[in-house]
Ligand binder design. Structure first.
Ligand code: NDP
Ligand code: GDR
Length: 326
């Protein structure tokens, strides 16, 4: 039986990855940081019905001794570093915290693995945000980076440190440059979930309007369940490498609104307003990925279309609100 250690297990990807690995017979450990709201924090794992199957280790990414202990105790075959301050907008108001968790936190993990489980395979959650002010219309592993936020700069540091540990110490360290991926478990502050939650509220008469920021921004949106499979496939390769994971299709926030409102039988233009409070100091206007390497070397293909994902997210939010009633 293989053992995995997942940081960020309470987040969207951590929950889906944990379910995926449990389904393949893995023993799954997850890093859990201390919180006064421990009852709410396992919500995503509960939603997937796996909260009793994962084994939690008490640690925080910025506390190296706790991370070292977690790696020592669990002796993982595979380590997935998914923990981060992952909300781009917050990275302008908390740039140092973002640097500590999203940037240096990854190096804490690399150090802990190098010292306590050097044979373990390591996955770093890199991001398409690193392309920022895009240097090519379609981005692949050779496209130069141009980060546009403290979050993206921190991810870039973590990305290059992963490459550096691979080249310096021969570690089996891979970096997945994942484009945006969503699901019913997406955090409510991210635009897709904010929209599907807004649609559900309007449909149920709990709200009349939905305020958003830049409707012209375009993203290459996939489904988290497809993307965690790519993470695992990277860890099964003989040779570690970096991979872009994307659908190859780019869609505007405006079009996402149209799809989500239409799924509930609503006209988005009657409800969506623009509020400058949701604009960013520097924007990433458009992203579109080329996942040819993942397709050729990993045999990976996304299976869930944008339309199917939007429908799943709207339906899940309707169901949640009907149950909760607010
Ligand atoms: P989430 O924001 O849903 O989850 C982040 C996770 O990190 C949570 O489990 C959170 O724990 C944990 N975390 C935050 N700070 C710390 C800390 N100091 N110590 C330990 N754990 C911490 O992110 P996603 O699941 O969406 O993304 C997973 C990773 O992939 C992130 O690194 C993200 O930046 C990256 N990424 C995501 C993409 C996407 O589209 N989703 C695309 C590309 C990259 P808690 O629950 O306690 O807050
Ligand atoms: P992103 O995701 O910044 O791409 O980072 P987000 O959903 O927050 O924004 C996507 C685009 O939508 C525009 N937008 C809004 N965004 C939010 N959150 N709220 C709004 O009201 C709104 N209106 C318009 C944004 O300006 C932006 O252009 C996500 C995170 O998961 C990162 O951790 C990950 O690395 C990248 O995806 C790939």
């Amino acid at each position: 039986m293989k053992t995995a250690l997942i940081t960020g297990i309470t987040g969207q990807d951590g929950a889906y990855l944990a379910r995926f690995l449990l389904g393949r017979g893995y023993r799954v450990h997850g890093l859990l940081r201390r919180s006064a709201s421990a009852d709410v924090i396992g919500e995503r794992l509960r939603w997937l019905g796996i909260e009793r199957e994962v084994e939690m280790v008490d640690a925080d990414l910025v506390d190296l001794s706790s991370i070292l202990r977690a790696v020592q105790v669990t002796q993982p075959d595979e380590v997935y570093n998914l923990a981060a301050q992952s909300f781009v907008k917050t990275s302008w108001t908390q740039p140092l915290l973002t640097g500590q968790v999203t940037g240096l936190g990854a190096v804490n993990m690399l150090e802990a693995v190098r010292l306590a489980a050097p044979q373990a395979r390591f996955y770093q959650a890199s991001s398409s945000e690193m392309y920022g002010l895009i240097q090519a219309p379609i981005q692949n592993e050779t496209t130069p980076f141009y980060p546009r936020s403290p979050y993206a700069a921190a991810k870039l540091y973590a990305h290059w440190m992963t490459v550096n540990y691979r080249e310096s110490f021969g570690m089996h360290a891979s970096s997945g440059i994942l484009f945006n991926h969503e699901s019913p478990l997406r955090g409510i502050e991210f635009v897709t979930r904010k929209i599907t939650d807004g649609v559900a509220r309007i449909k149920l008469g709990l709200a009349k309007t939905l305020a958003l920021g830049n409707l012209d921004a375009r993203r290459d949106w996939g489904h988290a369940a497809d993307y965690v499979r790519a993470m695992w496939l990277m860890m099964q390769q003989e040779t570690p490498a970096d991979y872009v994971v994307a659908t190859g299709r780019t869609t505007s926030v405006r079009e996402f609104c149209r799809l989500a409102f239409a799924h509930a039988g609503l006209d988005w233009e009657a409800h969506v307003t623009v509020d400058p409070a949701f604009l960013r100091p520097a924007e990433v206007d458009v992203l579109q990925g080329d996942a040819s390497r993942a397709r050729e070397r990993l045999g990976w293909e996304p299976e869930i279309t944008l339309e199917r994902m939007v429908a799943e997210m709207v339906d899940a939010d309707l169901e949640r609100l009907r149950r909760r009633g607010s």
